[in-house]
Write a protein that binds this ligand. Structure first.
Ligand SMILES: C[S@@+](CC[C@H](N)C(=O)[O-])C[C@H]1O[C@@H](n2cnc3c(N)ncnc32)[C@H](O)[C@@H]1O
Length: 319
């Protein structure tokens, strides 16, 4: 058995994606900018679909959806509102935002709190990609520019995710082709890229939603930067949020401890940490709001079954 991918704009339609097999296909992430800048009535759904099964260099998915946590956001905003002094500055850090659509919604909810000076930083470690190809060959390799690692390979009629590839049992042909081209044509292309071969074609792909790009232009309170939750933050915030990222299926226990330490250090005294995970838009969020104490965290509010990091956060003891 083998499975082809979607790599041409014409083939990426809601009709093509309906049904089990359409939904399961990998979509070339190189289609994101073209769809984002167009005016297809299904634009948002198509962009969500491109990100849904696209995996980054560390194996995390870029999956996100508009209105993914509207009710949860409303509760968080209510908790925060009650703690802010009129006229005070309110600095927010929304981490691992994927293409930023849920950050825009959170920003808009927070902007409705009047009398505070809002400063909102949205970040993600993997928003920028580089695409390398060697025309007229059809092969294109999508690279994480930080590590230089290939993350997606487009070799018509296939689209391969390098980190989260297809099961060898279900799709043995896909695995055979992927393993072969990784050792041959992809390796050659990456070597040529490393020595800056001028014959290669390169393109930059930024995975930020149209709404996020629009807000970045229009509102000076909203910013986007590259940041990894495993690095210390450069600023301090009143509220830090990490949704659908600090999961045990993504990070080791040691990395989750490191992330908890970084969040603690980046919060102002009494600041809030909001974290949780859910499935599709509107599904229940298992998460919580924690308050930063001098040495660790204290639970303020729990949603659903709570955060996957609960034990780590409650055991966190800063120096
Ligand atoms: C499943 S998406 C969640 C997106 C959004 N927060 C949501 O809930 O819809 C996970 C995101 O985490 C990002 N990510 C993975 N590892 C990261 C890291 N070490 N630091 C920052 N972001 C990371 C990925 O790039 C991806 O955009």
């Amino acid at each position: 058995m083998y499975k082809t991918g979607i790599y041409q704009r014409d083939c990426l339609t809601m009709t093509a994606l309906r049904g089990f097999f359409g939904r399961r296909k990998f979509v070339a992430v190189t289609l994101y900018p073209e769809i984002a800048s167009g005016n297809d009535p299904d634009r948002d759904r198509l962009l969500e679909h491109i990100l849904c099964r696209f995996a980054t260099a560390n194996g995390t998915y870029k999956r996100t959806q508009s209105h993914r946590f509207d009710e949860f956001d409303a509760q968080v905003i209510q908790i925060l509102r009650g703690r802010l002094d009129p006229g005070s500055r309110c600095a927010i850090h929304d981490m691992a935002v994927s293409d930023g659509r849920t950050a825009v919604e959170f920003f808009q909810g927070l902007a409705s709190i009047d009398c505070v000076e809002l400063a909102f930083l949205a970040t993600d470690a993997f928003a920028d990609l580089m695409v390398v190809s060697s025309p007229p060959k059809a092969l294109a390799v999508v690279i994480d520019p930080e590590s230089g690692a290939p993350v997606q390979i487009i070799r018509p009629p296939f689209v391969f995710n390098v980190e989260r590839h297809e099961s060898i049992l279900l799709y043995p042909v896909n695995r055979l082709v992927l393993d072969t081209i990784l050792r041959t044509s992809v390796r050659v292309l990456l070597k040529r890229f490393a020595v800056r071969d001028p014959e290669l074609k390169t393109a930059h792909v930024r995975l930020l939603s149209p709404e996020c790009l629009q807000l970045l232009k229009a509102d000076s309170r909203f910013h986007f930067e590259r940041y990894s939750i495993l690095e210390p933050a450069a600023e301090r915030f009143n509220l830090v949020r990490a949704m659908n990222v600090l999961n045990r299926s993504y990070f080791s226990e040691a990395d989750l401890h490191l992330a908890a330490k970084n969040v603690h250090e980046s919060l102002l005294p009494g600041g809030l940490f909001v974290t949780g995970s859910n499935e599709d838009a509107g599904s229940p969020v298992d998460g919580a709001v924690y308050e930063r104490t001098q040495t660790g965290f204290r639970t303020l509010w729990v949603s659903g079954t709570g955060s996957q990091m609960d034990d780590i956060l409650l055991r966190q003891r800063s120096a």
